[in-house]
Design a protein around this ligand. Structure first.
Ligand code: MG
Ligand code: ZN
Length: 242
């Protein structure tokens, strides 16, 4: 969700975390770590959720965007309202998204993690249907995905559910990535995170190591949150496993 909103004064700052004092280092024993990776804009080269809204949603989706950017609603509510405005069926959305360009570095990252027994998981505030379509097309369906869930109601209209939301999430995300990171067999101190956007903010303040690009990197710099800037997932893989 990153389109310009002309009427927005400035993006809301819901609550700023304390400046991070984590010492940033590549974990020397990666076998004790999990690697979590964002999807939209990190594995795909563009934000697929945005592209879907642009292509298939009624124009009113922009009004919800503006309300969110003004801080009037959470990103979770914004997405729920926007998704209800999509006028396309499953097959159309799958066809639209499956061939979108991805960062091919995800293939190597996945291989390197698998060889070392390091769990790699995609944690996304986007749409499960789209993520699964892209992964299937690329032969990467075995990578576990935690995300929002897109379903069609009896009336044929889409709606979004949030199985991994957290009431404590200070960014109001649909999928609270820090809650997800701490819910498996690993702690946040044993988590490497890779992301690019707003939904990555909560986890970026608490994960042991954060690779950031785009808006996330800008935000981390502004907030004093320690991060490793990156351009591609090939980049990240080399730095994790050199
Ligand atoms: Mg993203
Ligand atoms: Zn959160």
């Amino acid at each position: 969700m990153n389109q310009a909103c002309l009427s927005a004064i400035s993006p809301p700052e819901l609550e700023k975390p304390a400046a991070s004092s984590r010492s940033l280092r590549i974990p020397s024993d990666l076998s004790a770590f999990q690697v979590l990776c964002d999807f939209d804009g990190t594995i795909t080269k563009t934000d697929v959720t945005d592209a879907i809204l642009e292509a298939f949603a009624l124009p009113a989706f922009r009004e919800w965007q503006c309300r969110w950017e003004r801080g009037e609603i959470t990103s979770r509510e914004c997405m729920a309202r926007q998704v209800e405005l999509i006028r396309a069926d499953r097959a159309t959305l799958i066809q639209f998204s499956a061939d979108l360009p991805i960062d091919e570095g995800i293939v190597t990252l996945n291989q390197q993690c698998a060889e070392r027994g390091i769990p790699l998981m995609i944690v996304s505030d986007g749409l499960d249907l789209i993520i699964e379509a892209v992964l299937r097309r690329r032969g990467l369906s075995h990578i576990p995905v935690i995300s929002n869930r897109l379903v069609w109601n009896g009336n044929g209209l889409p709606s979004l559910s949030f199985p991994s939301a957290s009431p404590d999430c200070w960014i109001g995300a649909g999928t609270c990535k820090c809650a997800v990171a701490a819910s498996g067999g690993f702690s946040l101190k044993e988590t490497v995170y890779i992301g690019d956007g707003r939904s990555d903010r909560c986890i970026s303040t608490v994960a042991q190591q954060v690779f950031a690009k785009g808006k996330l990197r800008e935000w981390c710099d502004l907030q004093g949150v320690a991060c490793e800037p990156f351009e591609t997932l090939t980049d990240v893989t080399e730095r994790l496993f050199r």
